[in-house]
Design a protein around this ligand. Sequence first.
Ligand code: BMA
Length: 826
Amino acid sequence: MNTFTVDNLLLINSKQIYLNLNGVDTVAEVYVNNHLVGRTKNMFVKYRFDIKSRLKVGDNRLSVKIFSPIVYAKNEAKQFAFAYNYTIPPNSNPDDYNGENHVNFLRKMQASFAWDWGPAFPSLGIWKSVNLEVIRSVPIMRDFTAVTFQNSNKWIIKATLDIGMPDPDNYRAYLRVDLADEKLYEDYIEVGGSFNVKLRLENVKINFTPNLWWPNGLIRTASGQSSNATLYNLTVTWKPQGCEDDNDCSSLSKKVGFRNIDLIQERLSNALSFRVEVNGHSTFVRGTNIIPISVFPEVSPENYIRHLLKSVKRANMNMVRVWGGGIYMSDLFYDLADEMGIMIWQDFMFACALYPATKSFLENVQVEITQQVERLQHHPSMAIWAGNNENEAAFAQKWWPEIRIYSKIYKNDYLNLYFNTIAPIMNSSNPHATYLSSSPSNGLITILEGGISTNPGDFRFGDVHYYDYYKDVWNWTNYPSAKFVSEYGIQSYPSIGTLRTALPADKLTWPLSDQLRHRQHHPRGDNEIKMLIQQHMNLTQQRNPQKQFAKYVYLSQILQAVAIKSQTEFYIRNRFLDKTTGHGLTYGAMYWQLNDVWQAPTWSSIEYGGKWKMLHYYMIKVFQPANAFAWIDDKLLNIALINDYLNPVSIHVTVSMQRYADLLPITILDKNFKEASKGVSIIYIDSLDEVLSKGGCLSIDHCMIKLQINHMIDGKPETGKQFDSFTLLSSPKNIIGLLDPAIRIEKVKLIKSTPSRKFQIDLKSDHLAMFVWVDTDSSIPIKAIFSDNGFMMVDKRKSIYMETLSNITTQELAKVLKVTHLLDEM
Ligand code: BMA
């Protein structure tokens, strides 16, 4: 409840007074001075209620009565079943979720009733701003939406102004559109006919050639140089005749960009491509999936969003999928994505469920989609829109037994929602945008098959979500040779430091304490992590329960990092089409998942609070656009050169055999590629036996392969663009020859103190050390990012850099730094 004051003048001078509620979670009744002025039932919708007649001079009372989402959802499900004689699954979540049910009856963040990576916090409240909108004697411009597109070489802007009218009479106004400093349009226009006018400018021509907007990692820039994601200010000026002040005559600006992003699905004998083209250039999508910033939707700190997106950019990604079980992100999120050149794959907020396609549900969805498309479409980062997460797959694979019985009805409901409600809105607002009905889907083939494919995960078409924890997750031959893999992942535990922010040290134990088990929502999750670790590493309990748990955390992060590295490298290099099966020609790899909403074992590469797991450090190298990968295929060592830059790049690649027992690498290939050819090219094939003998390795258990990749500028390695990459030939548990490296920190020195502190950490080692993890003591919560981590130490000395916002001193840091490596933990 809240009180606000209204004066006499305001009431006399205004023709309309609206109450704008920009976000209410979710089902509520809104009262002004005890009169019901409206109801809300969709947290993704902005509501505007006409309240003038309810206002009085002096104090006015606004109260919002919010209903329990749990009770509401349950009742809706019950009433639905009663009215229609069937239910809308899932009728219950897996027990491990510790969650609530029937969230699919609510237009609310679907994950707020629990997910396999998150707790049930069925939030309720006013999660966005509330304001009064006063319309006096002239029409006002509330907002505008715009899209840019190219028409036979000319760039065009299509804009729609949302005009609030005093009454439906006709009014005259001056309207002007500017792009940066160029005037594009100016006129006097007439508006009228209703209380709310959508004023359309269909064809605003750009009278100069704008610089294009490019995503991250396509155009090679010298290190330190910012992105090529060029943005322009688009300003709309509105001066209705008789306007007096800023309330009535206004100017609004948005940043726009000029780019064509197309999804190319062209025929390839028995398959279809699924390839993103940016400004006419094929672009391998390097990316990840983001879940909500917080389980509490109103919590969305600017520095945290910045940190997440910067981390995405630092890991050389060009796309993030805003997953359909969360929320449409804040404006800031999309603004930053525009700035940093991160393309967005935007799901609409439907996930892992069927939905009740009743008339009122669809009407509710229609408002949501219209508003969200209008809000988001001007962002140049908006690349792909998708109807839902996995609902086509859920239907096709009959996730719930009801589907067998009511399949006709469910199919109809499905088509009504994603094809007859959402698709037409996409089409009319922005016919140039790509809309897929679901992720995963078979793209055009899904449409040909009537909206739901029999196998939406077909490797020949569309995108695929791939999870199989019962195969060797480090072995590339188990990964799908699909066109685009929009989800794949492996769970790991967050660091002890992060877990300590939720649980006391004595609960961080192995065997897992009840408190830890409570946080594992993925059914059989820990069995899988344990089993997968044991395939390659040694997990036997040798230590006290807390130390053993710390070992489990560390090994789980290695498990995840190596699995996703080897899987992602496979997708990136798998650019050849197998004409017999139609498999291959992969053009996208987006791992599941970027972030976390609590301290728990999940698939994330960034822990709750922002700390990077080992995986995130690995992805920096894996996603480098100019790169080299090594793998064994049928007893042959293959090395591929990758170059996904559009402009020329020269790369120096060294391949060596690295024995575990000593620090001397034996080089088997050392080559400079002056102008690396585009795409993927095989630069080396030799029999593994041959390579082992060349490298002085007795067996695959004695050596690993080391690649050193340097981007070159003027014949010299480019700063910040020199990195290594290791390919194991056998499991760490079988490795022969590792000696105690006695790895230690020799020196810590501060090399920069503003805006953040940067330390150089000099490490020294007597022998080779694997998966070296440098971290601050878990009891000292310092947020830091290292220049490299989880690395193989194959030299006696190595310096890494640590950046932190904390004002820790060099001496303090030296005391709390800890180094972990594999031999110590096996
Ligand atoms: C996919 C996602 C999420 C889920 C993840 C891990 O199905 O779309 O629903 O969290 O797998 O199981």
